[in-house]
Design a protein around this ligand. Structure first.
Ligand code: ZN
Length: 291
């Protein structure tokens, strides 16, 4: 091998290293912490791997603690990230007001957030967080939290202000996700309907429901203790200049390893960070294997 070809080889390796660096340019922070109903210690590492496998994310993780929240040392540096993945959940401790305000500012100025499953259960009294998730459940949520939001049989979005609790789900079962916004960057190229589950299908969610686009719905069957309505399953929400991808899917590790979750989560995270989606839909979606 002469010097010239050695040099070209070195250049090639250098360029490949650069393109890898460039490829992992979307900065993600996963947040979790003590909560009551979900095994975040198990799901967070899988969520992290799911994003890393997409090849375009650099993923950090920060876990809160009771002590850190009490003494003020818990303070994620939101501004360093393109998107915050909320693996927080039901029963999470309230963040200090200063952290809440910093997050509201980050989002209003164009930050990104992904709300996974139980992340719409936490913090019922934090008004701005509920605007970000659009809809939530449990934690005393009721008509004061905002309307129910669902799709009727004619395909129209209904804002239902009737009284009642917010948040329910029947037994885990397999269900069909129906795409409602096929031209949205997250949904483009996905089949019109696809299977997911067994998982918990949330229904009766309610919240401010401002600037919510229902990307996909699932029919909540009455024989599964559901509402008999097409309930929001995947949503895109805007908050100031910020973007939020909200998925009700993903109760536990088994569910977040399903192809239906993996692809929509990866694409939703990219969209929340950049407003665009480049991650392809696998040919065998939603049956692709994720290990
Ligand atoms: Zn759950």
């Amino acid at each position: 091998m002469n010097y010239c070809s050695l040099f070209s080889k070195a250049m090639l390796i250098f360029m490949m290293a650069c393109s890898n660096l460039q490829a992992e340019q979307i900065k993600v922070l996963i947040l979790d912490g003590p909560q009551k109903a979900h095994k975040y210690l198990d799901t967070t590492p899988v969520l992290r791997q799911t994003l890393i496998k997409a090849g375009i994310f650099k993923v950090d993780h920060l876990r809160s603690s009771k002590e850190g929240i009490k003494d003020g040392s818990y303070f994620p540096n939101f501004e360093l990230y393109d998107v915050i993945v909320m693996n927080e959940g039901f029963g999470a401790m309230d963040w200090p007001k200063t952290v809440q305000k910093a997050f509201e500012k980050y989002m209003a100025n164009g930050g990104g957030m992904v709300s996974i499953h139980t992340a719409n259960n936490c913090w019922p009294k934090w008004k701005e967080y509920n605007k970000m998730t659009g809809l939530g459940g449990w934690g005393g949520r009721n008509e004061k939290s905002g309307p129910y939001l669902y799709v009727n049989d004619a395909g129209e979005v209904v804002r239902d202000t009737s009284k009642g609790r917010g948040g329910a789900h029947g037994p885990q079962h397999e269900f069909e996700i129906v795409v409602r916004e096929k031209e949205h960057p997250i949904m483009k190229g996905l089949p019109a309907t696809f299977k997911h589950g067994p998982d918990e299908m949330y229904d009766r969610l309610r919240g401010p429901a401002e600037n919510v686009t229902i990307l996909a719905s699932s029919f909540s069957a009455k024989d599964k203790r559901g509402t008999g309505r097409h309930e929001p399953a995947l949503m895109a929400i805007s908050y100031g200049k910020g973007r939020i991808f909200h998925t009700i899917l993903g109760h536990h590790v088994k569910q977040i390893k399903e192809g239906s979750f993996v692809t929509t989560f990866q694409r939703g995270t990219e969209w929340a960070a950049t407003g665009k989606v480049t991650i392809p839909v696998p040919e065998d979606f939603p049956n692709q294997k994720f290990e």
